[in-house]
Design a binder for this molecule. Structure first.
Ligand code: NDP
Length: 301
């Protein structure tokens, strides 16, 4: 019998509030003749990537962002993708775009990112945007870390002075989140420990934290024994594991939910935690990009 007292942080609800607020900002932009536009670029036919791209387009439709899509053949030379990127950089209707990862092996993703106009880089991955973020002058916060910050804020979790342990040091989650949380800012001011596959005694690092963010891509890596009493647990992980159901798989996080929830004061579920926030923050960055490019001030949530 499990005994879950932890508050379940509802990412769907928080994301929905953010989308509502963005809808107002989008109307303001549209009234000024500047409806925001987001493009997605997909090279190849990876089914998971196709699903992500479809979701992003649906999200745009719901809030009134114009969406565009570009398909590039998976066998095409990298130059074909670069040409599409150059076209998007010049297209005034497209305020932001993303090149869905992963790209095929013969294409260098870093080079792809470098070619994206930093003003339209709504993923926040371009070196200029990474540098600005580290320097405390972010133009676009990467969507997943930004979503984690918004979830913490919505759950009333003060990061100031908190010990935060992040499991994972990727360029899209762990590193930018660590950089955001150490900023001298209201939603920063944390003391951050970043763990990875070479970390010794991971459990000791997570157990002593006020906030644990798991972003390792390792199913149920963090269990209740690794969580301190009353800590806040944010599970970024989305992992497919075999299951005896119609689909043949289910999605699990990087946290063993049941045991961690027995120790935590608040915890995000998978699905329904960080995932919807990542999608909402892409819309946020698109609205911000449009506002900056069109010179129309809007209130962002
Ligand atoms: P990466 O594979 O790029 O990075 C994983 C990181 O975790 C690496 O730094 C790796 O260490 C570390 N790691 C892996 N295993 C362990 C371990 N056993 N102990 C300690 N550290 C470990 O993954 P991403 O950052 O791209 O994604 C992480 C997870 O988040 C995935 O499940 C992904 O699907 C999910 N995700 C979810 C999103 C959402 O919106 N919900 C968005 C983005 C990602 P090292 O560097 O040493 O290899």
């Amino acid at each position: 019998m499990t005994d879950i007292d932890a508050e379940i942080i509802d990412g769907n609800a928080v994301a929905s509030e953010i989308r509502d607020d963005l809808t107002d900002a989008i109307e303001t932009l549209a009234d000024a003749g500047a409806r925001p536009g987001l493009a997605t670029v997909l090279m190849g036919d990876d089914p998971a990537s196709e699903t992500y791209v479809n979701m992003k387009q649906r999200d745009c439709e719901e809030v009134g962002i114009e969406s565009y899509h570009v398909d590039v053949d998976g066998d095409a030379p990298a130059e074909e993708l670069y040409d599409e990127i150059a076209t998007l950089n010049e297209d005034d209707d497209v305020h932001g775009y993303i090149v869905q990862a992963p790209v095929p092996d013969h294409v260098d993703y870093r080079e792809v990112i470098r070619r994206v106009d930093p003003a339209k880089d709504v993923d926040g991955f371009h070196p200029e945007n990474v540098g600005r973020l580290v320097a405390g002058d972010a133009r676009f916060r990467p969507c997943t870390p930004h979503g984690v910050q918004k979830l913490l804020e919505a759950a009333g979790v003060e990061t100031e002075g908190a010990d935060v342990t992040i499991v994972g040091r990727s360029d899209i989650v762990g590193k930018p989140l660590a950089n955001l949380l150490i900023q001298k800012a209201d939603d920063g001011n944390a003391t951050v420990t970043v763990c990875h596959s070479r970390t010794e005694d991971l459990a000791e690092k997570t157990r002593s934290a006020d906030v644990v963010v798991a972003a390792a891509g390792a199913p149920e890596l963090v269990d209740g024994s690794m969580i301190g009493e009353g800590a806040v647990v944010i599970d970024v992980g989305v992992n497919r594991v075999d299951a005896d159901n119609e689909k043949g798989y289910e999605l699990v996080g990087d946290v063993e939910f049941e045991s961690a929830a027995e120790k935590a004061s608040a915890i995000t579920p998978v699905p329904g935690g960080v995932g919807p926030m990542t999608r909402a923050m892409l819309l946020y960055n698109t609205v911000k990009a449009a506002s900056l490019q069109e010179g129309v001030d809007v209130e962002l949530p």
